[in-house]
Design a protein around this ligand. Structure first.
Ligand code: FEO
Length: 162
């Protein structure tokens, strides 16, 4: 595999795992803020990010490439309310989308068709990810960020399975 592409994919494993860690920090904050539904939603998101990392990990293993695993950065468990949590998440997802697009560009340049196929799943997934966070932000704003509408919203978010 092209070296630049391999380096980028190995870094993407780390970025996906770091994403899981960021969302775990957010889930921790939301739990401590007595919002168990939002906390559970964010925990499910953390699990999903680990699955994303494993998709790339498995792909590189199947291609017989050498994989390195990097350290995570410390993450925040302190936020200024649930709206800030979701706005920060959306910002992070946009960063991830840019990283995926960059990898797809490299794969395209070197005509690595199997990498392109694997990355296309992520291109589609990022549309869904940004849409999920945009939708959550809109609902939180509609609920006004406090009182019984927020408690009802919290209950709804708690129903997320995967
Ligand atoms: Fe794996 Fe939310 O990007």
């Amino acid at each position: 595999m092209n070296n630049e592409l391999l380096k980028g994919l190995v870094e993407q494993i780390n970025l996906e795992m770091q994403s899981a860690y960021i969302y775990l920090g957010m889930s921790t904050y939301l739990n401590e803020a007595d919002l168990p539904g939002f906390s559970q939603w964010m925990m499910a998101q953390a699990h999903e990010e680990m699955e994303h990392a494993m998709r790339i990990y498995k792909f590189l293993q199947e291609r017989g490439e050498h994989i390195e695993l990097f350290a995570f950065e410390q993450v925040s468990v302190n936020y200024d309310g649930v709206l800030e949590v979701f706005e920060e998440s959306l910002k992070h997802e946009k960063f991830v989308t840019a990283a995926i697009d960059k990898l797809m560009n490299i794969a395209y340049d070197v005509r690595d068709f199997s990498a392109m196929g694997m990355l296309q799943w992520f291109v589609d997934e990022q549309v869904e990810e940004e849409d999920n966070f945009n939708g959550a932000i809109a609902q939180i704003k509609l609920a006004g960020g406090k009182g019984s509408p927020m408690l009802m919203l919290d209950r709804g978010f708690g129903k997320r399975q995967g």
